[in-house]
Design a protein around this ligand. Structure first.
Ligand code: ZN
Length: 200
């Protein structure tokens, strides 16, 4: 924190600096942009942040963020509830939805297995996935995790864990380059990866 700034400004710079990918210089730039804005803008900005506490919930079915107790995808009667696409993060759901190809539902794990960062199976929404598969009598589980070491490890773990449930387990086709991020894949690549999914 820079001592030569006033307390409120230093505090806000410190909050912005904590954001992923934001260094102190960018944090300063954000804060000095904000102090120049009018009252309405700043009220809207701070209200939107407060809404994260007051309005954002976690969908009781798929564990994605939602403003209601169940999200709009789980609530949609047109979606095929017997096909569940397993993803690591909310951004992955957004990327797959952009393809308009997928008609099933999702399950958000909340991350991938990573022993170095102490992300063990109990830290992810895996038990909830097992219960959901049993309850909904799911027909297919699509594993849509990033093609990197953690994603692969998690897919293998899920395959082993889900196998006794007698459900078809598929994964996205290998159109996505190893080490790439699902979130940044273009829509055509993702559509092909979905269409070309294979049983594992
Ligand atoms: Zn949901």
């Amino acid at each position: 924190m820079r001592q030569h700034y006033s307390e409120s400004i230093s505090k806000l710079i410190s909050y912005f600096s904590d954001l992923p990918g934001i260094g102190p210089k960018t944090a300063e730039k954000f804060v000095f942009y904000l102090v120049k804005q009018n009252k309405e803008y700043l009220q809207g900005f701070s209200q939107t942040i407060s809404d994260l506490i007051d309005r954002i919930k976690i969908c009781s079915i798929c564990h994605n963020y939602s403003e209601k107790s169940t999200c709009s995808i789980c609530d949609n009667s047109k979606r095929n509830k017997t096909v569940i696409c397993v993803v690591a993060r909310p951004q992955d759901i957004a990327a797959l939805e952009k393809t308009h190809e997928y008609q099933g539902v999702y399950h958000m794990l909340g991350g991938v297995l990573n022993p170095l960062e102490e992300v063990t199976p109990d830290k992810l929404n895996i038990t909830q996935l097992l219960e959901r598969i049993k309850k909904d009598k799911s027909k297919e589980i699509i594993l849509a995790l990033n093609p990197d070491i953690e994603g692969e490890t998690t897919s293998l773990y899920l395959k082993k864990t889900l196998q006794p449930l007698n459900v078809k387990i598929t994964r996205l086709a290998r159109g996505l380059p190893m080490g790439s991020d699902l979130e940044y894949a273009d829509e055509v690549t993702l559509t092909n990866a979905l269409k070309g999914r294979r049983e594992i």
